[in-house]
Design a protein around this ligand. Structure first.
Ligand code: ADP
Length: 299
């Protein structure tokens, strides 16, 4: 269903709900005025009408939520299809060129590198979808080992610099710790994926002005935090909690240009919750950059 069609159906259900509630109240008041002597029936009637009103409100809320969910599923399928199709089309094009023309050794090497990068992108998308599926299983146990969080974040920062070809100043890293190393009991693979997702987002949503600062800090003797701050497009206050929901992407024209599936932050919040920690986002608003913080219990 197109976006304008959905908006209309949401508006229709809200209007329908409001009209039905108004009608129920009017009936109730009319009934009271006509039958004010029959007190017992009156009380019964009031309860009955209240139930109808609650039912109507619940029904409308449910319908709106279902419509929104459908909308997000559609957007997700479009995004994933795009993320799968683009690198596949690119690989095909390079293979055809390699097959049909005489190409120098140098150019061949360049083509192989591009195809490998496209292949990595495909794998990354598939891995993200699989991980989101796994994260959805609440009861799935983690496989914890003792990890030095500072070391792990440093590795992820290095990988991000290499992957996006960034200078050390563009993604800075500091450790603000007391004497103890920040050790946590965690599933290394899952935690690495969560931190990398936050770093990828910080770079991706900075567009051209990548200035990301990453900090690992001791909060208190029991908790340690990873803070990732960027100077990118920022997040409106009303969206700060919703962005952690599965498939959710902030609407808007700038956002539509930046590709994504809406799974990254869902994976982050599921992983962090499984480790007994919490994650939250802060932003002064659009264009003001964002800061994401993960807090984890120390091992
Ligand atoms: P995706 O990036 O694939 O859309 P995520 O779950 O990683 O999905 O993020 C959900 C939404 O949160 C994004 O669509 C984006 O609107 C917003 N978001 C996440 N990280 C940032 C950031 N660093 N700066 C601004 N917006 C962000």
């Amino acid at each position: 269903m197109p976006v304008s069609g959905r908006r209309k159906s949401i508006a229709f259900f809200i209007t329908l709900g409001a009209c039905l509630v108004a009608l129920a109240i009017a009936l109730n008041v009319g009934w009271i005025l006509l039958n004010w002597r029959e007190v017992a029936l009156l009380v019964f009637g009031i309860i009955f009408f209240l139930l109808i009103i609650v039912g109507l409100v619940l029904n409308t809320t449910f319908l709106i939520r279902e419509i929104r969910r459908n909308e997000q599923h559609d957007a997700f399928i479009n995004a994933v299809t795009h993320e799968l199709k683009t690198p596949l089309a690119s690989i095909r094009l390079y293979l055809q060129t390699l097959k049909s023309r005489d190409i120098t050794e140098d150019q061949q090497q360049k083509f192989y590198d591009i195809m490998l990068a496209d292949n990595d992108r495909l794998l990354q998308t598939v891995e993200q979808v699989l991980r989101a599926g796994r994260s959805g299983h609440r009861r799935r146990r983690i496989n914890p080992t003792i990890i030095d969080l500072g070391e792990m974040v440093r590795e992820c920062v290095d990988l991000t610099r290499v992957r996006y070809n960034l200078s050390p100043e563009s993604v800075s890293f500091v450790e603000a710790l007391n004497s103890d190393r920040p050790r946590v009991a965690a599933d290394a693979d899952e935690l690495r994926a969560a931190i990398s997702n936050l770093l990828d987002n910080a770079v991706k949503y900075s567009i051209d002005n990548v200035s990301v600062s990453v900090e690992v800090a001791a909060l208190d003797p029991k908790r340690v935090a990873v803070r990732i701050a960027d100077k990118g497009i920022g997040i409106p206050a009303a969206q700060l909690k919703r962005i952690f929901k599965r498939f959710y992407r902030v609407p808007g024209r700038v956002m539509a240009r930046i590709k994504g599936t809406g799974l990254g932050l869902f994976i982050v919040s599921s992983v962090v919750a499984k480790h007994g920690g919490r994650v939250f986002a802060e932003s002064a608003g659009l264009g003001q950059g964002s800061t994401f913080t993960i807090q984890l219990p120390r091992a």
